[in-house]
Write a protein that binds this ligand. Structure first.
Ligand code: SIN
Ligand code: MN
Length: 284
């Protein structure tokens, strides 16, 4: 399913494009059932919230699970990704952010590309996120906040802006490997309050409110965040990041695990539009 010229222009201008109720409820149910089963397994791919028991996120499961792999190859998602990136793409990252009712924690203000560039050696921001909503996202359950147009700032030099601050943003405490600080509520490269204030006064602020099945494509340099979920409504999402096959990361000193930064650079071949719905959501 390809985007129209008008949709591509909206994406370029505001740095995101929301396609409402884009994949079916059946497909959403199938993906949710799979994530729910996988979230009970013990795995290094699983990040917990600060309470030490609620699942915050699951990583790289598309290489382990046929249903999730099929989602990354859904033509409704991968065809727009190829258009946006302007090339064939491979799946760079797959993560499920579960943001559980009552306990799901925040994602601080940040840009994504700075992680991929500094930690993983990605040469250019020729990459796109597709956030698939598996629950309705509303004012109450910790929706995504975005600063529309902020991607036009490019990668912000966080270090220069933060050098005046005494505390560091990175959470490398305890037994966790260093990369966990990119997925905890205390993000490594978060954008400080002064900068967020300036960006919001320049560009404004909006939240993504949409029904389950909606898909949000967003730019790797858009400044975004989300608040915690104190509501009784879960807010689960899958974010698939597609990188251009001509934007392969350069070698870095401490590469992150393969389940965070895929080294499988084969182009994603879209499946048939009904392939995902062929899986049954009923477990026997
Ligand atoms: C992210 O920035 O990667 C996640 C944001 C969210 O799930 O709210
Ligand atoms: Mn992000």
């Amino acid at each position: 399913m390809y985007l129209t010229e008008e949709q591509l222009l909206i994406y370029k201008e505001q740095g995101f494009l929301l396609l409402s109720e884009y994949i079916s409820r059946t497909e959403v149910g199938i993906v949710k059932a799979e994530l729910s089963a996988l979230s009970t397994e013990k795995s290094p791919r699983k990040i917990l919230e600060k309470d030490g028991k609620t699942v915050r996120s699951l990583h790289g499961l598309h290489t382990k699970n046929d249903v999730l792999n099929c989602l990354t190859r859904h033509p409704f998602i991968v065809e727009p990704a190829m258009q946006i990136v302007g090339n064939q793409v491979y799946t760079y990252q797959f993560k499920a952010n579960l943001k559980a009712a009552f306990t799901g924690d925040i994602w601080k203000w940040h840009q994504d590309y700075i992680y991929w560039h500094k930690e993983d050696g990605m040469p250019r921001p020729q990459v796109v996120n597709a956030m698939c909503l598996l629950d309705d996202m509303n004012e109450f359950n910790g929706p995504l906040f975005v600063i529309p147009g902020s991607h036009k700032e490019g990668m912000i030099n966080i270090m220069a802006h933060n050098s005046r601050l005494t505390n560091t943003n990175s959470d490398t405490s305890g037994d966790n490997p260093a990369w966990v600080s990119s997925f905890s509520a205390n993000l490594k490269y978060s954008v400080n309050q002064e900068l967020v204030t300036n960006l919001v006064s320049k560009y404004g602020i909006t939240l993504i409110k949409a029904a389950a099945g909606s898909v949000l494509f967003f730019d790797s340099n858009i400044v975004h965040a989300s608040s915690n979920n104190i509501s009784p409504f879960g807010r689960s999402t899958v974010i698939v990041t597609y990188n251009s096959i001509e934007n392969i990361p350069l070698p870095v000193q401490n590469p992150r695990p393969d389940f965070l930064v895929s080294q499988d650079y084969r182009p994603v071949i879209p499946v048939a539009p009904d392939a995902l719905s062929q899986f049954s959501s009923v477990k026997v």
